[in-house]
Design a binder for this molecule. Structure first.
Ligand SMILES: Cc1cc2nc3c(=O)[nH]c(=O)nc-3n(C[C@H](O)[C@H](O)[C@H](O)COP(=O)(O)OP(=O)(O)OC[C@H]3O[C@@H](n4cnc5c(N)ncnc54)[C@H](O)[C@@H]3O)c2cc1C
Length: 433
């Protein structure tokens, strides 16, 4: 089989743009570092409120995670509802969950209001129970979503599973209809258009190397000159570099990889993904997958397990996982395989925070299509002094990760430990058959 392209499948329909370079304005109201969903969302809100805004990205805008992701509008939280309640108390936990619902709805409104052509389809998401015991948890979770948040959600017993996904891998699952899919790169291109139309100046391929406090605010030094800003908002998430060593000790960059199959026949797609739903599962090292927006390919994602280079084995490991779910795909070529960084933090909650007067929005733990845009919006409203900026994501900064200063040397060990947990699930599954 020929080697798959390492370019994101999404860049075919929405290539990354190189923005003609403009001089850096010596003074502005707000400087934003990072031109992904978070940075652009904040830029749109601030520019529309009349603030002069400059956004700096060291790569081409969107070249971080925001044009590489799976486009599943999950707005997930990693900790379980019970863990959230224990950690934050029941009212605060409920507020975070309610904000997830509001953020998802707000994203869908934003796409419609701004007429962003990003193949958005509210098709629902199936979550598969990998171990038999997971089915009860998923069924209870669907019931809770329905009761507490009014979200259309239901359990799918194993006997009905093939009506949702053409596999017997899972012991049933659940469906929630508030999650759908976007074309992530088209969505980012739409946000870029809206931000520029609002008057925000976007500087691509312009790295910020330092931020220093001055009597009038902040002096931001970049690879192409400096600017003076009253406020600074850092939105660098999984691509945070040495220019902010404090943040770098708090966000662990973890590689996530997606493979895209060659086009499949309409019949086969109809058999494997009959409802064109997004899909996930309960494994520790879980996979997430979906049909391409045109319904011809399967895009299949999971943790990559590497921390440098671009070796071939993670692609083959993902391909094997895909084939274990859909054995009929064994001979189908993989045409694209690419990775990007997500940012994990110690308590796995996305957040908006401040440190020494600088503002930050980050830590989406692999679930940023909903949270990143929302956190950027809320952070911008806070800069404007707008009470609408109050958010359940307003928290203390994430704690520093011990023995970590930017290079996630421990990730292979974490990956191995999670793989071992999944082997235990495999054993439970074997006993259940
Ligand atoms: C493979 C993959 C699959 C994913 N799938 C999903 C999914 O299906 N659903 C979901 O909800 N989420 C998913 N995510 C997560 C989601 O993509 C991210 O949470 C989201 O894009 C984060 O947006 P952001 O704007 O905060 O960060 P990014 O888009 O990563 O942008 C950060 C930017 O900061 C810039 N930067 C860093 N340092 C500097 C500096 N010193 N100077 C200037 N610029 C700097 C970088 O160049 C980068 O462009 C996935 C992520 C990956 C990688």
């Amino acid at each position: 089989m020929s080697k798959p392209s390492s370019e994101a499948y999404w860049w075919q329909a929405a290539p990354l743009t190189t923005i003609p370079q403009r001089p850096i304005e010596p003074v502005c109201d707000v400087a934003i570092i990072g031109a992904g969903y978070t940075g652009l969302s904040a830029a749109i809100t601030l520019a529309r409120a009349g603030r002069s805004v400059q956004v700096f990205d060291k790569q081409r805008p969107g070249e971080g995670a925001s044009t590489r992701n799976g486009g599943i509008t999950s707005g997930n939280l990693r900790p379980s509802d019970a863990t959230l309640a224990t950690r934050f108390g029941t009212p605060a936990a409920a507020a975070i969950l309610e904000e997830g619902k509001a953020a998802r709805e707000d994203l869908y409104r934003f796409i419609a209001d701004e007429e962003i052509d990003c193949d958005f389809a509210l098709v629902g998401r199936f979550a598969g129970a990998y171990a038999p015991k997971d089915y009860d948890t998923l069924a209870r979770s669907a019931d809770t979503l329905q009761r507490t948040l009014g979200i259309e959600a239901y359990a799918v017993p194993r006997t009905e599973q093939r009506g949702f996904l053409g596999t017997d891998t899972y012991h049933g699952g659940n469906v929630r209809m508030d999650i759908g899919g976007i074309h992530p790169a088209k969505f980012h291109a739409g946000m870029l258009r809206v931000a520029q139309a609002a008057g925000a100046v976007i500087h691509g391929e312009t790295a910020v190397s330092g931020v220093a406090e001055t009597s009038a605010g902040w002096q931001i030094t970049t690879s192409r000159g400096a600017t003076q800003a009253r406020d600074v908002l850092t939105c660098t998430n999984g691509y945070t570099d040495r220019s902010d060593r404090w943040l770098r000790r708090r966000l662990v960059p973890v590689r996530s990889r997606i493979i895209a199959t060659a086009p499949l026949s309409a019949n086969l797609m109809g058999e494997l993904m009959p409802r064109r739903m997004m899909a996930t599962e309960t494994r520790q090292l879980h996979y997430y997958y979906r049909p391409s927006p045109d319904g011809t390919r399967i895009l299949f994602g999971g943790r990559d397990g590497t921390i440098s280079g671009d070796p071939a084995w993670p692609t083959e490991s993902l391909r094997k996982a895909l084939v274990s779910i859909f054995p009929v795909l064994d001979d189908v070529p993989i045409e694209h395989s690419w990775f990007g960084n997500v940012a994990m933090n110690r308590d796995m909650i996305p957040r908006i925070f401040a440190h020494g007067g600088k503002r930050y929005a980050a830590g989406y733990c692999g679930s940023g299509t909903v949270w990143a845009r929302w956190a950027g919006l809320k952070a911008a409203q806070q800069i404007l002094g707008d009470t609408a900026g109050a958010s359940a994501l307003d928290m203390r900064p994430p704690a520093a990760v011990p023995f970590f200063n930017g290079k996630p040397w421990f990730m292979p060990a974490v990956f191995a430990w999670m793989t071992a947990q999944d082997k235990l699930s495999d054993y439970q599954r074997a006993r259940a058959h």
